[in-house]
Design a protein around this ligand. Sequence first.
Ligand SMILES: [Zn+2]
Length: 229
Amino acid sequence: MEILPKRICEILKDKGVSSILHANSVENSCLFLRNRCLMSRDSIEKLVTQKRPRKANHGASNYSILNDIFTDTVDIHEQANSVHNHGPVLLELDIEIVNNTYTGKVWISKSNPMKWDANTHHERKWFVSAHDLEDNFRYGSFDHMVVFRHCAGKLPILGYLNRIVLDDPRLRTDRYQVDYFSMAFGALKLAMKEGGFDAPIEKRECTQDCSCLDNYKSRNVDPEIMFSL
Ligand SMILES: [Zn+2]
């Protein structure tokens, strides 16, 4: 059952959600800013592989969510005290974007899609009614993601970007020994200018308990990939 975006927005605000967050690599984030929209994995693939024939290797069940856009309601890096697996750039969007998705639909996941399989029931995947959302949505849960669906793989964000939070791995690139943070900062600034955005880019401040510097240093999360342009 579909829940009206206006109602979802109200319930999320009541639950303490103030922003819609999307973490990604530097390269993808720049792509989003230049194109003024978040993009689904499928849309990114289409753009990147435009000149190469695409392999039709997605299973049908996965395909439906490959064209959706997944966002968090909580800063996972801050909450988990470790690197966000999707990337060092956090785009912080105004929650009102939920209310203004044009033709798209907004769904809230009840469990993380990584945990889904062919037998997972619809009611276990998604919140199915406003009551369900009111009763069972928990602010801070990594499972409860805001998913922009049926939006043709693109979510316009111009006018909704409040700020960007960027990780600083305190490392330099292998080849040119350039500081990753400065390189990413410059690239994001330029992409914002091209897209017509004017939002601050803030360096992420971590607590002493955060393992992100170790994650980057040990290449558990490879900065060469996450920060590549
Ligand atoms: Zn950290």
